[in-house]
Write a protein that binds this ligand. Structure first.
Ligand SMILES: *Cc1c(COP(=O)(O)O)cnc(C)c1O
Length: 433
């Protein structure tokens, strides 16, 4: 019997992503009635006939035009694999993307996309601070390969992007990609996605947004015009601190170009990690909602604590322009924050970090467990001190990724740890009686 080629799953209208995460893109009859898709732990796939093998290869090498409604036939797991396909179809739903590609890490998604979309002699403009790995790629590796890069402070207005793009054009190295990480880490400064995309498009460039910190639940860059969304799925999408993965989402056309590079560079995700992410996505909304609610409570509590000088959290913005951007492009503040201990330096921050119970002292974020770390000496240690100061990273700053524990337990743990920090408080002068 000739089996019909599977068709691309169509998103049922009016059903929300969280309702589709348990079923979309997979049918039990494909796998002995198994309710959950199996791990397709295989490197290669058998063709039913030589003619079929020839047909699949003709599409894979672009020798023949493929009907976009039909997915590419299965050939070899560096090109595609059912677990990766199902995962990509489900990820598309959250960001309302036409297509996506999953990678071995967030850095694999970012580096593969840059190489696929920007050529030698074309430039990338990016916001700073960005994730440390991305920073190294943009500061060292890409310029060494002949791709010039220019940084702009996170939160910069469109005129600043415009000026840099004009300079690059005049220098004969036109900007091909504006890369924005918003909110910025660890200071949670927001950059206007729609306005920045507008500038990019006027200069014939693309706009890519690293949306790892808020995730698709609280920010959807494609809806604001961005061309590409990138994630470290190691963080909220994976959500359990047990898998390293990345995602790129955008139009069919862009993702096809990115996937060609993924195939040749070999930066795709493996089937087992894809399967773990499928499990994670079933609870993405539950986890992120719980962590966000916890974070909102904790941020307010910290802001009122006498030993805390300042809290950086998208839910507690002060500047008018930042609030405007938040209202326009974010639907929630996420669960990552930083705070500065009052009159504190590194010794006091370390006192706090060494004292705090319940939360692990570790980098990374977005897991079910709460994590604390010291940006100045850990995640952002390679940023020179004067630059750290300029972007607001101080020795007394602590970053907190809030998990899904009971918020009262987290607050008790923070309270106890703060009690053990020996800082001088600015007490108002006692009034003589
Ligand atoms: C962690 C992270 C990355 C890198 O992701 P990996 O999965 O560790 O490669 C990129 N961007 C942001 C914002 C991140 O937090």
């Amino acid at each position: 019997m000739k089996r019909k080629r599977k068709e691309r799953p169509q998103r049922p209208r009016g059903i929300r992503p969280e309702s589709l995460m348990m079923s979309f893109g997979y049918r039990p009859e494909w796998s002995e009635g198994a309710v959950k898709p199996p791990v397709f732990q295989t490197s290669t796939f058998a063709f039913r006939t030589a003619e079929e093998g020839k047909e699949y290869f003709s599409y894979a090498y672009g020798l023949k035009e493929r009907d976009p409604a039909r997915p590419m036939g299965l050939i070899y797991s560096r090109l595609n694999n059912p677990d990766l396909d199902i995962l990509e179809h489900r990820l598309n739903l959250w960001d309302e993307a036409e297509a996506s590609a999953v990678f071995a890490s967030g850095m694999a998604a970012i580096s593969t996309s840059f190489l696929a979309l920007v050529g030698i002699g074309e430039a990338i403009v990016f916001t700073r601070p960005v994730y440390g790995g991305t920073d190294y790629l943009l500061e060292h590796i890409l310029p060494d390969l002949g791709i010039p890069t220019r940084e702009i402070a996170a939160g910069a207005e469109p005129e600043v992007f415009e000026e840099i793009c004009r300079e690059l054009e005049e220098a004969g190295t036109p900007c091909k990609l504006i890369f924005v990480e918003t909110p910025a880490n660890p200071t949670t400064v927001l950059t206007d996605i729609a306005a920045t995309t507008d500038v990019a498009h006027r200069f014939g460039a693309l706009c890519a947004v690293d949306n790892t910190l808020l995730g698709p639940l609280y920010q959807q860059p494609l809806a604001h015009g961005a061309d590409l969304v990138l994630y470290s799925a190691t963080k909220y999408l994976g959500g359990h601190s047990d898998v390293v993965a990345g995602v790129a989402l955008g139009s069919e056309e862009l993702i096809e170009r990115v996937k060609l590079y993924r195939t040749i560079l070999g930066s795709m995700l493996d089937p087992h990690s894809a399967w773990l992410l499928l499990r994670s996505l079933e609870t993405a909304k539950l986890r992120m909602t719980c962590a966000r609610k916890n974070a909102e409570r904790i941020a307010r509590w910290l802001a009122a604590h006498p030993k805390v000088a300042r809290v950086y959290f998208p839910g507690l913005l002060e500047a008018r322009r930042q609030k405007e951007i938040y209202e326009a492009q974010c639907s929630g503040p996420g669960a990552l924050m930083s705070f500065e201990l009052a009159n504190a330096g590194e010794p006091e921050a370390f006192q706090f970090l060494n004292a705090v119970r319940l939360m692990k002292l570790a980098v990374s974020l977005g897991g079910t467990e709460s994590l604390v770390e010291h940006p100045a000496s850990m995640t952002h240690a390679d940023v020179p001190a004067d630059e750290q100061a300029a972007i607001g990273i101080t020795p007394g700053m602590v970053r907190l990724s809030v998990g899904i524990e009971h918020p009262d337990d987290l607050i008790d743990a923070l309270d106890e740890a703060l009690e053990q920090v020996g800082v001088e408080l600015d007490q108002p002068e006692a009034t003589p009686v």
